[in-house]
Ligand binder design. Structure first.
Ligand code: CA
Length: 691
């Protein structure tokens, strides 16, 4: 592996992280993953298996006035203040003990761009360093606020707003650099990571993960390595598609070796035949990159899924640890990415140490023990074989963005796992791309959510979620808990011997970290996808979690999350021993499926289905079944009124509520979509399939 020595910046980083480490020891949750290694291992010990039954809400904040979308953020707690980012990228500071709101900064993200994101206008949190709060907004801005007042210090746009970029990840701070990536691989963008100066907001460097159009250069720190290592792994006209490779979530930092680790996402479009003429590994898709945080200089990379065409991102949590492997202490990096293998790499050299299936994996028979390269099942190349590939994991991955945690005490990683497959079917030759719409290169009808309630039920039964305690040295499960819905919350582990996870039904549960015994559980009122955190003030230990269901699976395939508690609320709940707050119970208003009669000709309905499953499903849900956070169109009052329907869908009458104007749809298209939704609503009313 090609390596460069560590340079200046190390000292500033070491100072920053020493301060954060001291804060964590005092009870703060100073960084996104608690520490720069992103362990989410709280050193607090007041809460124990013996007393956790007394855990109860101490305070809560109702944020439903801002949003009722997926609430994914990790709170950050520094010096008695809790900072969080809500959906639509609103930053709020609270007194972490009393719950009193101290300030709020609303960047006023235009609601009409909701469709630019694959998975809702979510935010995974803010970064706090040096008296500043760094907020990355869904529309691509990076903003520095004064931590004491919320006053705006600087703001900069990090993306080309004419493209379908969005930013959902939490920024990270290393020394004088604040780091932020972006999302949109499904929507035709080219991924990169940017570093800005914490004081001035000036761009320090940018690292692109996908080579530029041949014969051009970006003038970026990635130029040389893209030319020497990546360009030769691409074919076709990828730059016209974007290529993908977005850095939309995970990072970690090793201060001792001054190495920043970055997870890189999937190819865009998924279909490699379209993206890269069916050839090549397509570096640096589905890879982990190690960079120097001060300069962005490339140090090493490890590609998990060469030539990805299954949405196998490497953007899942990256955790750093020192593990004794074969009698020798190794400085490792761990990741349970979407492709279903749990990877352990030497984080200094990038050397592959092990990769073991942590969920059912049938796309590869294993990994080369020296290189870590997968031995692919030849049937999986759907874009070349002309045949569908039904495989596990599917695009949800064995693990998605919901963070895992790692305890050096139990030496176990706690992974919110997903057990679900997918049938990949390549698009036909007439495939066309559309703006603000995922362009996967798949056949939209062949891959759509089924409409038949019996087939939906069997699809539901074939998928599940869970909490998996994984031993990265023995390379096997220590214990696991099964959950009925695949899409649940991230995890927290504590030195007190507890693992916390929220689930789709809204239960926050505590498990014994060594045995997996469920010790305590409380319903917080709506499904949970966010990871809990823990902090302490004045000797009292708190657990905090964002509550609000959606994103990813519930949004695109609400039919498969019927058992979730999709109550349309967002709230932040903070719990402590003998907490005295009472959470209000929000009862969703009753709804009756009473559509106008279905009178359209079958051909019009079929045309509408084709349009719906190409343009509408990614927010409103496949087969017109919503997961709860976006309107379920079967119940829409607009269905009986063609003019009102057109005013919303074509003219953008509800743009301020997140419904974009689909100006490229013709009057005929609109009527076909309306006819299809009416037909679906009538069919489900007949079978009482009202979820
Ligand atoms: Ca993706």
């Amino acid at each position: 592996m090609h390596r460069q020595p560590a340079r200046a910046g190390l000292l500033a980083s070491a100072t920053l992280f020493a301060a954060a480490a001291a804060g964590a020891a005092r009870g703060d949750w100073p960084l996104h993953g608690l520490d720069a290694a992103e362990t989410r291992y709280s050193p607090l010990t007041t809460l124990t298996p013996a007393n956790v039954a007394r855990l109860a809400p101490a305070w809560y904040a109702d944020l439903s006035g801002i949003s009722h979308r997926a609430f994914e953020a990790t709170p950050v707690v520094v010096g008695g203040r809790l900072y969080i980012a809500t959906p639509w990228s609103v930053a709020i500071a609270y007194d972490a003990r009393s719950g009193r709101e101290l300030w709020r900064y609303d960047p006023k993200v235009p609601r009409a761009i909701a469709g630019k994101g694959c998975c809702g206008p979510v935010s995974r949190g803010v970064a706090v360093a040096g008296g500043r709060v760094f907020l990355a907004t869904f529309d691509g801005r990076l903003i520095a606020l004064a931590a004491d007042s919320g006053r705006l210090l600087w703001t900069t746009q990090t993306v080309d707003t004419t493209r379908d970029y969005t930013v959902t990840g939490a920024p990270r701070v290393v020394g004088r650099r604040v780091l932020i990536g972006n999302g949109g691989a499904e929507l035709g963008v080219r991924g990169y990571l940017s570093a800005y100066d914490t004081e001035t907001g000036q761009l320090a460097w940018r690292f692109y993960t996908v080579p530029p159009r041949p014969g051009t250069r970006d003038g970026a720190v990635s130029d040389a390595v893209l030319e020497s290592r990546a360009a030769g792994t691409w074919s076709g006209r990828w730059w016209e598609w974007g290529g993908g490779g977005t850095v939309w979530d995970s990072m970690a930092y090793d201060a001792r070796h001054d190495l920043l680790y970055v997870g890189v996402g999937n190819g865009g479009p998924w279909n490699r035949q379209l993206r890269s003429a069916g050839r090549g590994d397509n570096l640096f898709l589905a890879s982990i990159l190690a960079l120097r945080p001060r300069t962005g200089e490339y140090v090493w990379h490890f590609q998990q899924t060469p030539g990805d065409e299954w949405d196998y991102t490497a953007t899942q949590s990256i955790i750093l640890a020192d593990l004794k492997i074969d009698g020798r202490v190794r400085h490792v990096l761990m990741q349970a990415p979407k492709n279903g293998f749990f990877y352990v790499l030497d984080r200094i050299s990038g050397e592959f140490l092990s990769g073991t299936p942590y969920v059912e994996v049938d796309w590869a028979t294993g990994l080369d023990p020296h290189s870590g390269r997968p031995f692919e099942n030849p049937a999986i190349r759907y874009s070349e074989n002309g045949a569908p590939s039904a495989q596990r994991p599917g695009p949800l991955g064995g693990h998605n963005w919901q963070p895992m945690s790692y305890s050096p005490a139990t030496r176990l990683a706690y992974i919110p796992v997903i057990h679900a497959g997918f049938n990949y079917v390549a698009a036909g030759p007439d495939y066309a791309t559309h703006p603000a719409t995922p362009n996967l290169g798949l056949d939209p009808l062949a891959t759509a959510v089924p409409e038949d309630p019996a087939i939906i039920a069997s699809a539901r039964a074939s998928a599940s979620g869970g909490l998996l305690a994984w031993d990265p040295v023995a390379r096997r499960a220590a214990w696991s808990v099964s959950l009925p819905v695949p899409w649940n919350g991230g995890t927290l582990v504590t030195a007190g011997g507890l693992v916390f996870q929220g689930d789709a039904q809204g239960d926050l549960s505590a498990y014994a970290a060594r045995s997996g015994a469920r010790l305590w559980s409380l319903n917080l009122g709506a499904g949970i996808v966010a990871p809990p955190i823990s902090y302490a003030i004045g000797g009292r230990q708190y657990v905090a979690v964002a509550v609000g269901y959606g994103g990813g699976l519930p949004q695109v395939a609400g039919a498969l999350t019927a058992a979730a508690r999709a109550t349309a609320i967002n709230r932040l709940v903070v719990l402590a021993l003998d907490g005295k707050a009472t959470l209000p119970v929000v009862v969703p208003p009753p709804r009756v499926l009473a559509p106008p009669p279905a009178t359209a000709a079958p051909q019009q309905v079929a045309a509408g289905k084709g349009l719906y499953e190409r343009r509408c499903y990614h927010c409103h849900g496949g087969a017109v079944i919503s997961g709860g956070e976006v309107a379920d169109l079967r119940y829409s009052a607009l269905l009986g009124d063609a003019r009102a329907f057109a005013a919303v869908v074509h003219a953008g009458a509800m743009a301020d509520r997140g419904m974009p104007a689909f100006t490229t749809l013709s009057a005929e298209d609109l009527e076909a979509i309306r006819a299809y939704v009416i037909a679906r609503a009538n069919a489900d009313a007949r079978t009482a399939n009202t979820h």
